[in-house]
Design a binder for this molecule. Sequence first.
Ligand code: OAD
Length: 239
Amino acid sequence: MRSDAAIVVLTGAGISAESGIPTFRGEDGLWETEDGGAYRIEDVCTPEAFRRDPALVHHFYDGRRRALRTVSPNPAHQALARLDRDWPGDLLIVTQNVDDLHERAGATRLLHMHGALRSAWCAACDARMPWEGDLGDAPACPSCGAGGRLRPDIVWFGEMPYEMERIEAALAAADLFVSIGTSGAVYPAAGFVRMAAACGARTLELNLDPSAGSAWFDEVRSGPAGLLVPAWVEEVLGR
Ligand code: OAD
């Protein structure tokens, strides 16, 4: 591959699985509750759910945010951070993940299309701000002072993912599109492989199991991200 090739990497929950964050649709999925029951997507991941029962939605995301303190980036995040540092061509890492393991590994050419757990968004003044603590106890917005108006800065079902124009421009210009650890179940991310391929990119999937979109890729490698991603990055940087 040419050293000025443009690369777009899409990541999903599978890249953080080996750090100890359960995936969404795996057997120990994030939809499981602490008492062995199950959260239903429509109870926690929609704007309607937040209007109906904000306490339940905050409880779900406060738990996820607290859990971030106990996990660390794994070799897959570290390899992508190395690619980010050393790849001379254009690179954009688009993550669907709301954890912060890519940036903690050192990646900078990164965007969170589904938002971020460590960010809050004020419904009163529209400000977004870094957030470490809980939101369930209805803290006042540090920006405008309104009480109980902060929500997780997460893109819920029915809401528009962030930075779609920038993502689409990068896909249109990509020479290589790589999808890592995502089931291909949620659009628009699931459609990126076809957008990139239609614009001439080579496409590669690195995933534990075949995804819903495997058939669209030029090449599919199956295995854990902690092994496949460092090997692929070595290949690319070693050229
Ligand atoms: P999923 O849980 O749907 O899929 C995770 C994928 O990772 C599956 O295909 C697994 O086979 C794969 N996987 C698991 N462990 C792996 C490992 N160690 N190495 C490599 N692959 C592994 O998660 P996403 O595709 O990320 O949206 O889900 C997409 C979106 O659905 C999420 O961003 C979230 C959810 O609704 C929002 O929160 C808006």
